[in-house]
Ligand binder design. Structure first.
Ligand SMILES: Nc1nc2c(ncn2[C@@H]2O[C@H](COP(=O)(O)OP(=O)(O)OP(=O)(O)O)[C@@H](O)[C@H]2O)c(=O)[nH]1
Ligand SMILES: [Mg+2]
Length: 696
């Protein structure tokens, strides 16, 4: 049985060839006899009906293959920006990655976004320049673009010939190639003093032997007296594993050129995870799937320990369930096993409430942060048959457990359900999934932008125990302040505190975060610090009798009800500014269409900042509100004789100019104190849970 596992992500801009490359790798490893095709809908990883129809990947999929004694679990991810959430979830479970770039289209916007995320997380990454068989494929141009726009620390691993033809090939460079070894030594010496010293001063001839046995490179001795080739390869693997250097391979997933070299690179240069099966179990869910009968499977990457069938495992914030079945990926697909241990990916059954992103067992120390911007669009989903409202809610809740970022919102006042989105393609996919998997026919209202609110100044408020009109057995004081852009929400407890039971602080913090989902204008409030300045509670005994008296003791519920009141009053004092998402656009069009394009861009509130004209084509770059991106895409063909191409990526939030958009509020946030208290009292009398006396 193989001893090590490498969890490998394949990432790229849409259509770069990830799924086709996955087929090639499976074939080269002997797992499949015939290579499937994306265009015919016959690949292993684009297995959903919708993926096959459309020829694009929508969900991440796992397949596995062996290289020597390593089991590689390959995660094929979608490249379309509407499905970036899938990539984010895969990123958190990877040991290494292959970033695919088309040799024709070159470095594209999504390529840069993905590379930045890989580098932030220090995921060891190989670069594969694909499609060298297509007319227009480049070599030097690609290397230049990669080093200028992605990372300067690259090592081209071979030379390409007959580019742009079906005969295009890639010849791996070896130790006998003086130019290759010199370049390798130079790149590696930048991050290694010992390589630098050996490079400059030369090394004893003794270590100048052939490359490491694990390498599939031809076993040639280095002619470079400076650093032995074997040592260079070891150092290359070490620096690649640290995410410092990125080896670049060229090839074609379609013809298979260069795929063997990439396979060798994966085995030699990326670090496989060992099997530390002991210790407490710790894993992470990166995908949820439902079987034909609706049964739920959680894809879990284990980081430590072992989970066995019939083990009770903890997950998420408070879930605990018995695992009823486990499959582990091996030689292609998932096979039934009794246990899954560190390094492996398992498909676990039985964990009913589990969600994508949940920790399984002991959470890892560093909670993962979001790598990509959250969705900036939303739409209301309307069932064609109003009787389907309840079924729609259940169906969307199921989709949300696979994709928490669709963030299903129920607006009780209007009886509407909305979902957040990255774009129009995602909307179509949600519509098609509801029809195919749930038999629900829905329409969508026009897509709108999701804004955010940021505090402008500082605001503070306090409600004290036993001071009317506070009807709750709790003291809560809060101060809201603006924080750095992009910092999110920080909750802080201030000095004099410490006396109150921790559970009450937790109730306050959880409620603060929930309440901030709807600020003064109905948008989520972010980039702020909320400090708890006052706290107080009533003990579990009534004063006179020294006996436990529930009606005279503070409970978590008192803090959950009082906190929104205090927080919203502090927020109203601080005031907030509504900010809308702004995208960067990069638009290529025939130069003679610029005259009609510019006024159209102005009408769309887009601001072109740079314009470069080369020969007959022009490139414009600038900012555009997210709300206008779809309009631009729709108008572009007519404005550019169908030749214009535009790429938009989220850049930042900026205060809205002109009319301030508001979002319909659900009824849980108190903007009006008296109304809120009346509502709480009404709800309490309905549930028989009256506000208690304050003990005076
Ligand atoms: N000529 C040529 N075409 C290729 C090559 N690799 C992929 N293609 C084609 O490019 C198109 C997209 O390929 P996919 O493998 O679906 O690309 P992808 O990156 O998985 O796409 P998404 O998952 O939708 O982002 C298909 O029509 C493939 O046949 C290649 O090496 N050469
Ligand atoms: Mg694909």
């Amino acid at each position: 049985m193989p001893g090590k596992t490498l969890n490998l992500g394949i990432l790229a801009h849409v259509d770069a060839g990830k799924t086709t490359l996955t087929e090639r790798l499976l074939h080269a490893a002997g797992v499949i006899d015939e290579i499937g095709s994306v265009d015919d809908g016959t690949t292993q990883t684009d297995s959903l009906a919708l993926e096959r129809q459309r020829g694009i990947t929508i969900k991440s999929a796992v397949v596995s293959f062996p290289i020597d004694d390593v089991t590689v679990n390959l995660i094929d991810t979608p490249g379309h920006p509407d499905f970036i959430a899938e990539v984010e979830r895969a990123l958190s479970v990877l040991d290494g990655a292959v970033l695919v770039i088309s040799a024709v289209e070159g470095v594209q916007p999504q390529t840069r976004i993905l590379m930045r995320a890989l580098q932030r997380l220090r995921v060891p990454t190989l670069i594969f320049v694909n499609k060298i068989d297509r007319p227009g494929a480049g070599y030097e141009r690609l290397l230049r673009a990669i080093s200028e726009r992605l990372t300067p620390a690259i090592v081209p691993m071979g030379a390409a010939s007959e580019l742009g033809t079906r005969a295009a090939r890639c010849t791996p460079a070896g130790g006998a190639d003086v130019a290759f070894t010199a370049n390798l030594a130079e790149v590696l010496a930048e991050r290694s003093d010992s390589i630098l010293a050996a490079y400059v001063h030369g090394e004893p001839a003794e270590s100048s032997r052939e490359p490491a046995e694990s390498s599939r490179e031809p076993a040639e001795s280095s002619r470079e007296p400076g650093v032995p080739y074997r040592r260079l390869r070891e150092e290359l693997a070490a620096q690649t594993s640290r995410g410092d250097v990125h080896p670049v391979f060229f090839g074609s997933a379609l013809t298979g050129a260069g795929v063997d070299s990439l396979m060798s690179g994966i085995a030699e240069l990326l670090p496989a995870a060992g099997r530390d099966a002991g210790g407490p179990a710790s894993g992470r869910v990166f995908k949820i799937e439902r079987g034909a009968a609706g049964e739920k499977f959680a894809y879990v990457r284990m980081f430590a320990g072992t989970v066995r069938t019939r083990d009770r495992v903890r997950f998420g914030r408070s879930g605990e369930r018995k695992v009823t079945a486990i499959s582990v990926f091996a030689s292609g697909s998932a096979v039934r096993r009794a246990a899954v241990s560190a390094g492996q990916i398992g498909k676990l059954r039985g964990l009913a409430e589990i969600q994508v992103g949940d920790a399984v067992g002991t959470p890892r120390k560093h909670a993962e942060q979001h790598q990509f911007a959250p969705p900036t669009l939303e739409t209301v989903v309307v069932p064609r048959d109003p009787d389907d409202n309840a079924a729609l809610r259940v169906a969307l809740a199921q989709l949300a457990e696979q994709d928490p970022l669709i963030n299903v919102r129920q607006d009780d006042t209007r009886q509407e359900i909305s979902v957040s989105l990255y774009g129009e393609v995602q909307k179509e996919v949600i519509g098609a999934t509801l029809a195919a998997d749930f038999g629900l026919d829905v329409s969508f209202r026009e897509t709108t932008t999701i804004c955010i609110e940021r505090p402008v100044g500082t605001g503070a408020a306090v409600e004290r125990l036993r001071e009317a009109p506070n009807p709750f057995l709790a003291t809560v004081g809060l101060r809201v302040e603006p924080a750095t852009v992009g910092s999110g929400v920080e909750f802080r407890r201030e000095a004099e505190l410490g006396s109150m039971p921790l559970a009450f602080f937790r109730a306050v913090e959880d409620t603060v975060r929930a309440t901030l989902q709807q600020g003064i204008y109905g948008w989520a409030v972010t980039d702020c610090t909320v400090a708890m300045t006052h706290s107080g509670y009533l003990g579990k005994h009534s004063l006179g009798h020294q006996r436990f008296n529930k009606s005279m003791s503070s409970t978590g519920e008192d803090y959950r009800k009082l906190t929104p009141l205090v927080l919203m009053s502090a927020l109203q004092q601080a005031r907030t500014v509504v900010c809308e998402p702004i995208h960067r656009f990069c638009l290529d069009a025939p130069a003679d269409t610029i005259g009609s394009l510019l006024p159209a861009l102005t009408r769309l509130q887009a601001f072109p900042q740079t314009q470069v004209t080369k020969d007959a084509s022009a490139t414009l770059q600038g900012d555009i509100p997210a709300a206008r991106v779809h309009g631009l895409r729709q108008q572009l063909p007519a404005l550019t004789r169908g030749e214009g191409v535009v790429e938009c990526t989220f850049d930042r939030y900026e205060p809205v100019r002109g009319t301030i958009p508001t979002r319909p509020r659900s009824d849980c946030n108190p903007l009006n104190r008296d109304e809120y208290l009346r509502r709480v009292a009404r709800r309490a009398s309905r549930t028989g849970n009256e506000p208690r006396q304050t003990g005076r």
